[in-house]
Design a protein around this ligand. Structure first.
Ligand code: SF4
Ligand code: SF4
Length: 355
């Protein structure tokens, strides 16, 4: 338990004393996609032919120091044939300790092959694979525009469960996009997934300008109900009381902020976008976050992400960003922002004990 306490305080210490240092990178490794989801907010830029090459990623990596989390997105990241090499590059050169790979789950064999290899070659790195499911079979296939999609994702999850038995550093997190018309579907899905060996099912409200303009955000009430349901279904694997407090307290605090955001409340912390977290698109465009305009293209700035971020985030203060972005529920940015806030260290235990 002492070890867990040390880890907790070290985590905050690292972020509190280095507030401007990049610690989380969202890397869109390809614009290619084999799905056509109605919820997609990148639909206009998909399937272009100008992805950065591995050699270009090497140049980006050289300009970055060590950082903790690399989220590889797309398009569909597993369509990228050199995904393994890209991950290896950032693990070896930048000492990334967590890889997070959201996927539509269609390429079962490739997903299994890459996950298995990464987990075996880098046992100290967490390899978190996040297949998407937005409802049960008929609904999910319709929303994703791919017949047989649901069954394929389930096959992928089952295959990942076998990989997880081999490697302790593999995590399976199912991502579900929540909008006003799939609340019942998600209730059924959550129930269905209880028999799977998942680490978590994450509910994220719709974001950005999605392909289907008729889709609407869920209400805060629906979001609250889903959060309660997932908390009840969750198998907490905490090894001691302190770890349980951290996991449960963080979850409750983050859920509360997201529910508040849906009724237009600001986050209790300034957003870390462009400071400790940033985005790189497949063509080299760099942005503070996905909901803000591209700040510059790495191909035109000597592949120097920190230089682009410094230029842009220096122009707009954190306080200004916080006011301008009320309603934001982007979990990656919320996590990164809370990690830089000393009050969060005490709010987590508070939310654990709060009834
Ligand atoms: S949401 Fe993801 S999987 Fe779906 S079309 Fe967009 S990029 Fe592809
Ligand atoms: S609050 Fe949300 S929209 Fe605003 S900068 Fe942060 S991540 Fe982007």
């Amino acid at each position: 338990m002492v070890l867990e306490m040390q880890k907790y305080f070290k985590y905050f210490q690292k972020n509190l004393f280095n507030p401007g240092r990049l610690n989380y990178l969202i890397l869109y490794v390809t614009s290619q996609c084999n799905s056509s989801c109605r919820t997609c907010f990148l639909h206009e830029s998909l399937n272009a032919d100008n992805d950065l090459s591995l050699a270009e990623y090497q140049r980006i990596s050289e300009k970055l120091g060590n950082f903790s989390v690399l989220l590889l997105s797309g398009g569909e990241p597993f369509l990228r044939k050199d995904l393994r090499e890209i991950c290896a590059l950032f693990i070896q050169r930048n000492h990334v300790d967590t890889l997070s790979i959201p996927t539509n789950g269609l390429l079962t064999d490739e997903i299994v092959k890459v996950t298995d290899a990464l987990a075996a070659n880098f046992p100290r790195t967490v390899v978190s694979v996040n297949p998407s499911l937005d409802g049960m079979r008929e609904y999910h296939d319709r929303l994703r525009g791919v017949a047989g999609c649901f069954d394929r994702v389930i096959e992928t999850i089952r295959a990942l469960e076998r990989i997880k038995e081999k490697h302790r550093n593999v995590q399976i997190i199912v991502n579900s996009v929540v909008q006003s018309d799939n609340i019942e579907e998600l209730r059924r899905l959550c129930d269905y997934l209880k028999s799977f060996n998942l680490d978590y099912q994450a509910f994220e409200p719709l974001r950005g300008d999605c392909r289907d303009e008729n889709l609407k955000l869920p209400s805060d009430r629906d979001m609250k109900d889903l959060h309660q349901m997932i908390a009840a279904a969750r198998k907490c694997r905490a090894r001691n009381v302190f770890e349980k407090m951290v996991v449960t307290g963080s979850l409750r605090y983050i859920q509360k902020i997201k529910e508040d955001a849906l009724i237009g409340k600001n986050w209790p912390v300034a957003c870390a976008a462009g400071k400790s977290i940033a985005v790189i698109y497949p063509d080299g465009g760099a942005a503070l976050c996905e909901l803000r305009p591209v700040a510059g293209n790495l191909r035109e700035h000597d592949y120097d992400l920190p230089a682009i971020l410094l230029q842009v985030s220096g122009q707009s203060g954190l306080r200004e960003q916080q006011t301008m972005c009320s309603g934001c529920t982007h979990i990656c940015f919320l996590n990164a922002s809370l990690a830089r806030d000393w009050k969060t260290m005490f709010k987590i235990p508070f939310y654990y004990f709060k009834k």
